[in-house]
Design a binder for this molecule. Structure first.
Ligand code: SAM
Length: 222
C-alpha cells in the first residue's frame, strides 16, 4: 500500500479498538488481523463518516449500499484460509474495503460491482492506495467472471436465495465460497467447499446484507 504516513496515522487509535473488537469476537487468523490493522478503513467512507468508520457496524456508501461491518469482513476473509497464493473472485466491490483486505491476503483479486459509480470510485481509491493486483469489472456478478477463472475462492458480499451456479462452476475443486444466503426476512452466512461435483456447507451464523441483484440472484425492483 502506498500511503502518506500522516494519513495512515490518522485514526490509529480507532483502528486499534476495531482490532481488539474483532479479536474479542473470535477472529484468530494473524494475517487477517494484520491486514485490517494496515488498511485505513476511514478512506472507504465519505468524510462525514470518518469518525464512525472503525465502529463494528455497516455504514452507508451511497446508491442505497453499505460498507460491511469490520467483524463480518474479518470473518468472511478468515474462513477462506488464504495463504497469499490464491486468485479470489469477489462479487460486490461496494466501497472496495473488503477488496483491499482480500488483496492483502491473496495473490490476485477479481472484483465485480453492478453499480458503475461505486465500482469506479472503489477502483480510483484502491489505485491511489497502490493496489496493483486487482482486476475490476462493472457487470452483474451472478454470472461470475468466466474468462479469468477458475478461482481458489469466491466471496459474495450481497445476499441471494442461493449461490449462483456460475460461481460454483468457476471455483476450483477444493475451493471455497463464502456467501450470505436469504432475503430481507432472514439471512445466514455460509461457507461452501467444492468437492468434485458436490458442495459441502457450514453455517456461520445470522447476518444482514443488501440483495444480490441480478439474473441469478434477486430480480431488480423486488
Ligand atoms: N464488501 C463491500 C464493502 O466492504 O464495501 C460491501 C459491499 S455491499 C454490502 C454489496 C455490494 O454488492 C453493493 O455495492 C451492491 O451494489 C453489490 N451488488 C449487488 N448485486 C450485485 C451483482 N449481481 N453483481 C455485482 N455486485 C452486486
Amino acid at each position: 500500500m502506498n500511503l502518506p504516513t500522516h494519513t495512515f496515522k490518522q485514526y490509529a487509535g480507532h483502528r486499534q479498538k476495531m482490532i481488539e473488537e474483532i479479536i474479542n469476537r473470535g477472529i484468530r487468523d494473524l494475517r487477517v488481523i494484520e491486514a485490517m490493522s494496515r488498511v485505513p478503513r476511514h478512506l472507504f467512507v465519505r468524510d462525514s463518516f470518518h469518525h464512525k468508520a472503525y465502529g463494528d457496524h455497516p455504514l452507508p456508501i451511497g446508491e442505497s449500499q453499505t460498507i460491511s461491518q469490520p467483524y463480518v469482513v474479518a470473518a468472511m476473509s478468515e474462513v477462506l484460509q488464504l495463504t497469499g497464493e490464491e486468485r479470489v473472485l469477489e462479487i460486490g466491490t461496494g466501497s472496495g474495503y473488503q477488496t483491499a483486505i482480500l488483496s492483502e491476503l491473496a495473490a490476485q483479486v477479481f472484483t465485480i460491482e453492478r453499480v458503475k459509480s461505486l465500482g469506479q470510485q472503489a477502483k480510483q481509491l484502491l489505485d491511489g492506495l497502490g493496489y496493483t493486483h486487482i482486476n475490476y469489472k462493472i457487470f452483474d456478478g451472478t454470472y461470475g467472471w468466466q474468462e479469468l477463472g477458475p478461482y481458489d475462492a469466491v466471496v459474495v458480499t450481497a445476499a441471494g436465495p442461493e449461490v449462483p451456479q456460475a460461481l460454483i462452476d468457476q471455483v476450483k475443486d477444493g475451493g471455497r465460497i463464502v456467501a450470505p444466503i436469504g432475503d430481507d426476512q432472514g439471512q445466514e452466512l455460509r461457507i461452501y467447499t467444492k468437492r468434485g461435483k458436490r458442495l459441502s456447507m457450514k453455517r456461520m451464523g445470522d447476518c444482514f446484507f443488501v440483495p444480490l441483484i441480478g439474473k441469478y440472484g434477486v430480480p431488480e425492483g423486488e
